[in-house]
Design a protein around this ligand. Structure first.
Ligand code: BGC
Length: 428
């Protein structure tokens, strides 16, 4: 609104009304001729398109969505994936593997299938959902506050913990006990979560204490899963399961990695930039998403859902196992149905500020960012990628010193509670 008024005034003043005021939310309303880097002052930062991705603004204790952040302005969205659907898939994948391979699962023959679990971040909805999905499928979950308890148990070799319980699996006419022997949040001393190195150390400690009581290794993601696989389970032939379908994890399935889940990062990375592109172009937000754009890009309902009340796009997950891993060997390949480049004359280059909360996060740096870099060319977006240290929000927000230089923002927070650290900078 405000922008239109300013444009009318300017047009009047300039008499030569050459000022293009078409795109809603775009800062560089220059008909495509403006060089990137000097986004016009016409649009206030608080009105520029904003997408949260990978870490959904939410309360890290209760999981409740932060709707203030999710509806910061009319062009604000979240892009992630369906955490519950993926978590259930991961749990089922592990259970089916145990059932199908029961003859060789119980390494010490004690009738107990013991597993250890690497937890990513106890305050991250994805991590919580995955811990619950595993416990649900394996029958080890106990209820807490209306859901399955997702707390780390520490050590539970005797099965006495009250945070989990022993489950059962029937296979080959025999009933096996399933026990969570240990679980721990993989956070390093500096505070970085989902920490692969911490998981590599943990499996060292666990394996020397519990030895061949460990029959399965499970992780909330592949970064930690691969660290445990390389440190111990590969040599000891213990199936290890992760999440994300990173290239190295998919390739490791040929060497005994049990399986992983693709969270369709190729669809998420596209959506992350596409919602910004649409908002900057002032077109319907569904363009090139549920509705085919002029280049032919469109996503099918089998790969994402949009929940308007949560202002969130969620990609759907697929299990990647020995049966289908050949189709997932390149996790950085753009998704075919949305791989057509937009016409540069109609979609002038715009400048985007984007951060990755932790430059050393395996999934974000080896899968998500390369995908974003493929899509930014196709969508004519000039993206500045900022890599955080995974520990403090200020390490990232310090590098958002001049939001006026950008047309749009894509934000991956360190902690899901911290949306205001960013929106306060855009509101000034
Ligand atoms: C991914 C993890 C990643 C985390 C970072 C999750 O969705 O599965 O691998 O570490 O996001 O926020």
């Amino acid at each position: 609104m405000k922008k239109k008024i300013i444009c009318l005034v300017m047009a009047g003043m300039l008499t030569l009304s050459l000022v293009a005021c078409g795109g809603k939310g775009g800062a560089s309303d220059d008909g495509g001729k403006q060089e990137s880097g000097d986004a016009s002052a016409n649009v206030a930062n608080k009105d520029k398109p904003l997408v949260w991705f990978n870490r959904q603004p939410s309360n890290s204790s209760t999981g409740e969505l932060d709707m203030t952040a999710l509806s910061f302005n009319d062009d604000t969205y979240y892009v992630g994936f369906d955490a519950n659907q993926g978590a259930e898939l991961q749990g089922e994948m592990v259970k089916e593997y145990i059932e199908a391979n029961i003859d060789k699962m119980d390494r010490n023959g004690d009738g107990v299938i013991g597993y250890v679990l690497a937890i990513g971040d106890i305050g991250h909805n994805d991590s919580i959902a995955r811990t619950r999905g595993i416990r649900k499928a394996l029958g080890t979950g106990v209820e807490k506050d209306g859901g399955i308890n997702s707390d780390p148990v520490g050590t539970n070799t005797d099965g006495a913990s009250n945070m989990v319980k022993d489950g059962n699996i029937e296979a080959n006419g025999k009933t096996y006990v399933v026990r969570e022997l240990a679980s721990q949040e993989m956070k390093n001393s500096a505070g970085a979560t989902w920490d692969a190195a911490t998981a590599g150390n943990a499996i060292g400690t666990w394996s020397s204490s519990f030895g061949d009581a460990i029959d399965v290794v499970i992780s909330n993601n592949d970064g930690m899963g691969m660290s445990m696989f390389n440190a111990w389970s590969k040599d000891n032939k213990v199936p290890t399961f992760g999440y994300d379908a990173n290239n190295d994890a998919v390739a490791a399935i040929a060497e005994g990695y049990g399986g992983t889940i693709s969270q369709h990062a190729d669809v998420q990375a596209y959506l992350t930039l596409r919602v910004l592109r649409n908002a900057l172009d002032g077109v319907d937000i569904d363009t090139g998403i549920g509705t085919k754009d002029e280049a032919g890009n469109v996503l099918g309902e089998d790969v994402y859902v949009y929940k308007a009340d949560e202002r969130s796009y969620y990609a759907l997950n697929v299990a990647v196992t020995a049966e289908n891993y050949q189709d997932f060997l390149d996790s950085t390949k753009v998704y075919g149905p949305v791989s057509a480049k937009l016409d540069e004359d109609k979609h002038a280059e715009k400048k985007v500020w984007l951060d990755i909360y932790n430059a050393s996060d395996n999934f974000l740096s080896s899968t998500y960012q390369p995908l974003l870099q493929n899509y930014d060319d196709l969508l004519n977006l000039d993206v500045d990628y900022i890599g955080g240290d995974g520990q403090t929000e200020s390490n990232i927000t310090n590098r958002l010193g001049n939001p006026g230089q950008y047309d749009a923002f894509a934000i991956n927070m360190v902690k899901t509670d911290n949306a205001a650290s960013y929106t306060s900078l855009l509101s000034q």
